[in-house]
Design a protein around this ligand. Structure first.
Ligand code: GLN
Length: 195
């Protein structure tokens, strides 16, 4: 059976996430059909969802305007998986640390946006991730960090900062697994849904 993967496409790096789903499909030997999600009515058909990076101020506003918030809540309530990257991580948090970003509060964490500072807007680093046997190539672009994970499971720490978490079927990373050719985080997030 084909797995239907929704990519929240209101703004941000949608194409890279669609390509990452293709690589994931090859890795788990499943047909994956990607649906860009810009309007309500698509999420209920999706088995799995990814929420890309971009500008969390814009993404959170558009998710709300397009009526996607309730559908995302229902997706999570059904125990279906989400992979959220960078701005996606911010959008799911309980608190973005920035009043301009109204978050969905689906992950009980607090965020510090742009935490690695202007001097180091973008960088790559090898990241040890709970559940992966080898380090993962982390691509960070104006990345946030999790300033308080509360009771959420921490999956990765870089330079003392929390850069990946998991709660239930949600995995959220401060970096961009979709910008590498390594499908292991997608397998971690969506492997069970593909079986
Ligand atoms: N700096 C962006 C924000 O705070 C996130 C950057 C990204 O998604 N690559 O919304």
């Amino acid at each position: 059976m084909t797995l239907t993967a929704g990519v929240i496409a209101v703004q941000g790096a949608v194409r890279a996430h669609a390509d990452a789903f293709s690589r994931f499909g090859e890795a788990v030997e499943r047909e994956v059909h990607v649906e860009p999600v810009r309007t309500a009515g698509i999420i209920p058909r999706c088995d799995v969802i990814s929420i890309p990076g971009g500008e969390s101020t814009t993404i959170s506003r558009l998710i709300d305007q397009q009526g996607l918030s309730e559908e995302l809540r229902a997706h999570v309530a059904k125990g279906k998986p989400i992979l959220a990257t960078c701005a996606g991580l911010i959008v799911l948090a309980a608190n973005s640390g920035d009043e301009r970003v109204t978050t969905l509060d689906l992950l009980d964490i607090e965020i510090e946006r742009n935490a690695f500072g202007r001097q180091r807007d973008s960088f790559e680093a090898s990241i040890d991730i709970e559940g992966l046997d080898r380090p993962f190539p982390g691509v960070f672009i104006r990345a946030p960090v999790v300033s308080d994970p509360r009771d959420t499971e921490v999956l990765a720490i870089h330079e003392g900062q929390i850069v990946a978490v998991r709660a239930g079927a949600i995995i959220a990373t401060a970096f961009h697994p979709e910008l590498t050719t390594d499908p292991r985080i997608h397998v971690l997030a969506f492997g069970a849904a593909a079986r």
